[in-house]
Design a protein around this ligand. Structure first.
Ligand SMILES: [Mn+2]
Length: 393
């Protein structure tokens, strides 16, 4: 508790007051670098402008409505060979050929980037300033092929493997949920003998072998948990329920001892207990945990821009608190946020929610000391093992 004698002393929560003090401790070097970059690349402002931090061409966060929309206005990294020089790399996977009902998630990465322009890199309660505390880049999108899930999967695995092996923390913006299998396959290629658990936020189990005779967005965890690196008993599913859970997938969850928590389970256990359960199961015998966040785990009223909206999901505050408890208490190796479909969105609120999930995760990684990384984690192997999944057709 700070010694702040603000007007609400003794009335409102200590978090609000503590945040006032935390902000003062944050450096400003990242901001100063951004100003210098603006001047170097975008010219100093016209003579009439008194604030000399402004440049002629917008080259950073400001103004929020201007500029080229990378994620959070992070520098666009055109040369992916340089990705290892960054703590975090955001990449888009504009793939929706695994969709079985409402399409449009191929526009998800651009929709999320656009809404992310609304955010500053600073969070009040957490006292985190991402610009000051980590280096972030946007490597752009994977070159997916809408005519073929399987060829797109190969592209996705290769791209994710490259970023993961570089030591940069991978954040993947989907895309439909079919990408869950190839993203994790990319990570598994560089795990050596190490193992990965999966914490999966969703209304749907996504565990059936095929849907409409192909590997669709209802199928990623059947195939992911066939990989030796990703045991099924380390898969935890949070928020499952409703009228869109296919019975073949339920059978697989039963047969493979997958951990399924409904929304009622989570709210009755309490968010911290549910997160503790998820962390324990996902990390039991594994070296790191992958987080797959399907935006439809949240009640459909908050996320209309998605492929299979389902009422009765988590409230945004519940989902964010669960995410906080999970990320701060487990070794995280990557994050994907999937199923944002801008054509079905309203005022960009679904994309905004996805932005929030990504930014909150980065902040929790900073607070828990996982970012910036002090050297390459031991579970990342330089050698690439292509043969990690079972043969498919
Ligand atoms: Mn879903």
């Amino acid at each position: 508790m700070s010694g702040n004698k603000g007007p609400f002393q003794g009335i409102h929560s200590s978090e609000g007051l503590e945040a006032l003090a935390k902000e003062q401790q944050l450096p400003q070097a990242g901001w100063q670098q951004e100003v210098q970059r603006g001047h170097a690349f975008g010219l100093e402002a016209a003579d009439s402008i008194r604030d000399r931090s402004i440049s002629t061409f917008s080259r950073g966060e400001l103004p929020h409505f201007a500029g080229i929309n990378t994620f959070l206005k992070a520098p666009y990294l055109e040369d992916v060979h340089q990705v290892g020089c960054h703590d975090v790399a955001v990449m888009g996977v504009p793939h929706d050929s695994g969709t079985t009902y409402r399409p449009g998630t191929r526009f998800g990465p651009q929709g999320i980037r656009q809404m992310s322009a609304l955010y500053t890199p600073y969070n009040y309660e957490m006292g985190v300033d991402l610009r000051e505390q980590i280096t972030l880049c946007d490597v752009g999108d994977i070159f997916t092929l809408p005519g073929s899930n399987e060829k797109s999967f190969d592209q996705i695995s290769k791209g994710v493997a490259h970023v993961f092996a570089s030591g940069a923390f991978p954040i993947i913006l989907g895309g439909d949920h079919s990408i869950g299998f190839p993203t994790l396959r990319g990570i598994c290629r560089h795990l050596g003998h190490h193992k990965v658990g999966i914490i999966h936020f969703d209304r749907h189990v996504d565990t059936q072998e095929t849907d409409l005779d192909e590997r669709m967005h209802t199928c990623p965890w059947f195939h992911a948990t066939n990989m030796v690196h990703a045991p099924a008993h380390n898969l935890v599913q949070l928020g499952i329920g409703g009228w869109q859970v296919p019975r073949p997938g339920v059978k697989v969850c039963r047969e493979r001892n997958i951990n399924v928590l409904t929304v009622t389970d989570i709210t009755e256990m309490g968010l911290d207990a549910a997160a503790r359960f998820a962390v324990e199961r996902a990390s039991d015998g594994t070296d790191c945990v992958y987080i797959s966040f399907d935006i439809d785990c949240i009640d459909a009223g908050f996320v209309p821009g998605t492929g299979w909206p389902e009422p009765g999901g988590l409230l945004p505050r519940e989902a964010l608190k669960l995410l906080e408890f999970v990320v701060r208490n487990v070794t995280v190796c990557g994050l994907e946020v999937v199923e944002v479909s801008p054509p079905y969105d309203v005022s960009g609120i679904t994309a905004l929610m996805a932005t929030r999930v990504v930014c909150d995760t980065m902040a929790h990684l900073v607070i828990s000391g996982q970012l910036p990384r002090q050297g390459r984690p031991s579970w990342i192997q330089e050698a690439c093992a292509m043969d990690v999944g079972q043969a498919w057709r």
